[in-house]
Structure formats: C-alpha cells, structure tokens
Design a protein around this ligand. Structure first.
Ligand SMILES: C[S@@+](CC[C@H](N)C(=O)[O-])C[C@H]1O[C@@H](n2cnc3c(N)ncnc32)[C@H](O)[C@@H]1O
Length: 306
C-alpha cells in the first residue's frame, strides 16, 4: 500500500544525531522505519515543520501503526483516550513503562496537567536523560518538557565560563542544571514546592554544587538577590512573562543577557514591551510550534550599558 508521509531528509552520516533530536523533540514517527534514498536518510515525522517534505512510501509500513504519543523518559502520553491502543504501544516499546492520557491541557500557576493511566505501571513519575544529564520528573507534580533540550544547549553555547545566572522559573531544574556546566553560580527559583523538591534531587543526581534551589515567587527575587549583578537571566514562563520582566531587568547587569520565552502568534509581539526598558533585542527565534496558531519563541535581550 502506498501512502504519503512527512519526512526530514539528512545525509546518511548525520542520521543518528538527527534521529536522537527528533526523538527528543517528540516528533519522530516511530511507527515507520527511516527510508534510505541514495546518500540520504528520510525520517518519518508526526508533524510538518520547517525543512520537512512529503514522501511516498510503500514497502516499510509496519503492520500495526502505533498511536500518536509524546515520550518523556519511560512514559508515553497519548492525546487519545484509547486503552486498547495504549496496550499496543506498551507492548511494542520495551522502554515504556506507563501510558498516560492527558486529561487537561497544561494549566494553572504550576503549569501542570492531570493524567489518567491507560496502561502499564500506574505512576506519573519517571527519569529521563538529556545530553548526558539525568532528570527525575513527575508529570503531575511539576512541569517538564523534553522539547526544549536543544534550546538549553543553545544557551549553554552562548555562555562564558564563570557566569552568574538566575533561572526565574526553573521547574525541576533542566535549564539551571544544563547551564551549571559553564556557570560560576546558578540561582534557580520556582513557586511550586513539588518542582523545587525534584530540582533538589536533580541537583544531587547531576552533582551540580553550583546550583542554589529556591522556593520563591519570581516577583520578589529583586528583594533577595543582588540587583545589577547577573550575567544571564532565564525567563521561561511563556504564557505570562510580562509582570516579571521588570524584575529581570533589575537583576541583570548592564551588558548582561535576558532570555525571555513567550508564547506568540506573530513574530515580534513582545518587542514593544521590551523596548520600553533600557534593553536591546539581539535576536528572536521560534523554539517550537505549540499549537496551530501559537509558537514558543525566545527573545535574546541585552541590558543597555548607560
Ligand atoms: C513553563 S514552566 C518552566 C519550567 C522549566 N524552566 C523548564 O524549562 O522545564 C514554568 C514554571 O514557572 C513556575 N512559576 C509560575 N509562576 C511562578 C512565579 N510567580 N514565581 C516562580 N515560579 C513560577 C511554575 O511552577 C513552573 O514550574
């Protein structure tokens, strides 16, 4: 049977890194095998994005297509409430211990979701690895997205050794722990006690002696941390960053950088707000698509040297 499929094309020698990246982005269609086309490999993906193409394939479709899912550590998350499909998924992927159905979208102050167990071990906790780091997570207790793995590495690549960093909305600590590799010190705060507990475990697990976890409302960080002292600020609360931007500008030193994450429909939606401060935007890029209308964007911002 012939069918059309969205694929990402890469030279064969770049196949494995691309497979890992697509897997960590949660877009690799694991129900289909990669396709060899001369010197290239085509990886079937579950959603079209920049750089994907339509490809007609006929011979490599496995008999039972797997249901669509996101993978976080040993947990598969299905949008469909289909226990039969969940069992198929569980039995065909030995690394999956639990299949969950997301009953609500990401919501509330803690940015969490409610889940129901469809198959496997009845837990919402798991461990995942990202660029050699290990993270304990509990999907119902605290936010975590594996789709930001490459973005965290992009920020690491921009850093100088010994930087003083503040992660204002750190969750279970993936940014703080990734950046700790180069930073002198990272202050990492979150308002969710469950997230801070997991962050403490992850700091221990990854032996990051330079990360200071804090149970803190980001609005008040300016009262406890030294103003004008940070080389870099991470602001990953993309649904509502505006009330916190003033604090970020207070904390960062002149010439230091703020990475502001924001959910937006059109490019440049936050430019006017940012330009109301003594700041210069040095870059704006799309990190990932979020829904048909919105994408998760990052603005790289430098505090102006007056
Ligand atoms: C989108 S998550 C980002 C987590 C983490 N940076 C990551 O990439 O996985 C936003 C986090 O901000 C936290 N949060 C929400 N409001 C906050 C506030 N006023 N102060 C501190 N943290 C807050 C939530 O609990 C949540 O863990």
């Amino acid at each position: 049977m012939k069918q059309e499929q969205w694929c990402v094309r890469v030279p064969v020698r770049e196949g494995e890194p691309m497979r890992r990246q697509l897997l960590s982005d949660g877009v690799l269609d694991t129900s289909l095998k990669p396709i060899r086309d001369g010197a290239f490999l085509l990886f079937p993906v579950t959603e079209p994005a920049r750089g994907t193409e339509r490809w007609e394939c006929e011979t490599n479709v496995k008999p039972t297509p797997l249901p669509r899912h996101d993978l976080v550590g040993g947990i598969a998350i299905m949008q469909d409430d289909d226990a039969e499909a969940a069992e198929i998924l569980l039995t065909s992927r030995p690394s999956i211990h639990t299949v969950l159905h997301a009953e609500t979208p990401v919501s509330g102050e803690y940015r969490t979701r409610a889940f129901r167990v469809l198959a496997g071990v009845p837990v919402t906790a798991t461990e995942c690895t990202e660029y050699g780091m290990r993270f304990k997570i509990d999907l119902e207790a605290a936010y975590f997205s594996a789709r930001l793995a490459n973005e965290r590495q992009r920020v690491v690549s921009l850093m100088k050794e010994g930087e003083r960093v503040c992660d204002m909305f750190s969750g279970v600590g993936p940014f703080a722990i990734a950046l700790a590799e180069k930073a002198g010190i990272v202050f990492a705060g979150d308002i969710n006690p469950g997230a801070v507990l997991l962050m403490e475990e992850n700091i221990r697990l990854n032996r990051c002696h330079n990360v200071i976890p804090m149970l803190a409302d980001a609005l008040h960080l300016g009262d406890v941390l030294t103003e004008d002292s940070f080389d870099r600020i991470i602001m990953n609360l993309p649904m509502s960053p505006v009330p916190f931007f003033e604090t970020a500008v207070r904390l960062v030193r002149p010439g230091g950088t703020i990475h502001l994450y924001a959910m937006q429909e059109d490019e440049g939606e936050y430019r006017e707000m940012i330009e109301g401060y003594p700041c210069t935007i040095t870059g704006e890029r799309q990190v990932r698509s979020y829904s048909a209308a919105q994408h998760h964007a990052v603005y790289d911002i430098i505090r102006t040297i007056e």
